[in-house]
Design a protein around this ligand. Sequence first.
Ligand code: HSE
Length: 332
Amino acid sequence: MKVVRISIIGFGAVGQGVARSILAKKEFLNDQGIDLCVVGIADSGGCTVDNQGIDLNSALEKKKQTGTIAAGRESVFELISNIEHEIVVEATPTNIENGEPGLSNMLAAFKSGKHIVTSNKGPLALRFSELKEAAEDNGVLFRYEATVGGAVPIFNLIHEDLAGNTVLGIEGILNGTTNYILTRMAEERLPYELVLKEAQELGIAETDPTYDVEGIDSACKLVIIANSVFGKNATYRDVKVTGITKITPEALELASKNNYVVKLVCEAGNGNLTVAPRLVPKRHPLAVGGTLNVASIMTDLAGRITISGKGAGSVETASSILSDILYLVKNS
Ligand code: HSE
């Protein structure tokens, strides 16, 4: 059995989703000769560490009962740097002002020779090249499938399955909250404020939902795609962004009468990065409804490849994290 030691930094919806997925897939992984052993968990209250492996059921219960995982005296940097393990799952919340605490956590992990798997968009939307170089300089791998599109495997598809292709451009819907709002407003004729509240209740909106509705979350994801796929060194400030706050129910109705839907579309290609509401024909591959995300990738050999799926959610995001962990287990 190959034992792979992991820490989970950030124990909110995503971090807990990772713990639940590791528990749910234990036998499945064991059958493949893999034992994922979580030796440290950190949240904003502190850390818990057990070199023999933390009982994840107890950890999840403790978090539920007390609101924190904190037990030991280690700081998060001591956990990342000093506790022996191979993979740091960085799942702290996105901060697009300065990328912290994720940025420092990732740099500390690289410096101490650990691979990073992350769902945290902030550091990648601000300092992608620096992080990539830090990983390379330290001989470790940097995996970030969960940062864009939740469960939808955009980077693995492009970098692995479409490896022989040149990607000419990408367009997509990368924010579930705005897609949900636009769908509900158009189909049920519900007011903006009400459907925004629904999206918040579904737990998919950002803590500050202006990040969603002003297109900032989409811009961050588009930048991560541009940097990863087109080798750019962009930040989210390089994206031309228009949000959905000025879309009226009348505009949606008029679009519908003419067989169109309005979508917040992200586009990368020809050196341009744009997020803006667009009219999309109702039968177009980008016309996905509800909280779904979609990415349509234009390539030279394969033509257009479109994938769609759940762009947010605890276990859905953990699906991408688990896939990155297994990539590391098999390729490092
Ligand atoms: N607020 C984001 C969304 C969460 O609605 O898509 C996933 O990044």
